[in-house]
Design a protein around this ligand. Sequence first.
Ligand code: GLY
Length: 349
Amino acid sequence: MRTIKVSADRNYEIQVGCDWKAALHTVISSHERLLIIAPSFVVERFHLRELISVNVHLFETPEGEEQKSIDIWRQALSSAGSLNLTRSDAVVAIGGGATTDLAGFVAASWLRGISWYAIPTTLAGAVDASIGGKTGINSEFGKNLIGSFYSPAGVFIDLTFLDSLPDRDFSAGLAEVIKTGFIGDLTILDLLEQCTDVKDARLHATELIFKSAEFKASIVSQDFTESKLREILNYGHTLGHAIEKRENYALRHGEAVALGLIFAAELSVQHLGLAPSVVNHTISLLQRFDLPTSYPASALKDLLELMKGDKKNRGSHLRFVGISAPSTPGWMESVTPDDIHVAYERIAQ
Ligand code: GLY
């Protein structure tokens, strides 16, 4: 097992390669009561009902983004209320990124904040969502618009969860890994270049997770509340979130981000002098790992409207994160609708 330290609103460790049950027992012994929040299919698959006791309670959620609704958040808080959870109790999220987002926000909201822990069961959760304390739910106006920065007290990544993760979800997680390679860690790109396909990438999961988590931890430790630097983690996400919303969350987050990465790279060619070969490199890596690289041309009007709700915007200006070279992120502050049309051509079908 390897550990990564994060220093933000609280200091905590990410354990990569731990045994999640052993980690959970340690958590149980340091709190009076726990509320585990997990989607029903995770409860079934990993036999979570066996954990229930007088001190350990379970709140089951729907799958995916469906759990990040005001209604589910309210129900989870009712559960915390009926259990009379106090500040010596804790929430534990067991699931993918949507579950850690929701559970973290439940913990942040109850009694103005009780401890929470993340046990990610997906690649996307392990490399991105469970780390960094962005917690929240979706609003009818867009993704993650309601939430708070609220760090977990610990993140426990057990690689055995990946054994039962479908290839489609593994690929979706790789989109965040590819993003991390392009914004900050060239060794990730080198490692991905050595993988021929998704199955091959699975063999390198430990290293890919460790490198991605380590990079994210260092950024979050420097700019926890995203005053600027942390925005680089949103490379590819402005268009990605708009596509997710337009699809009513039927696409995996990573699939939408894959399209956003190509778009952001193309925009970076226009605004930051990125070499066009890097856009080709992005596309070839995404294709290698079965991620989408095209989206309907007719969607652009909707997407432009949806991107206006992005949290990085200031006033009426659309702002994007880009790169001027692999591992050199930059900001594109004055992007016009015309620039967006040109960049979108690269994925339009
Ligand atoms: N997923 C981007 C961030 O945590 O900042």
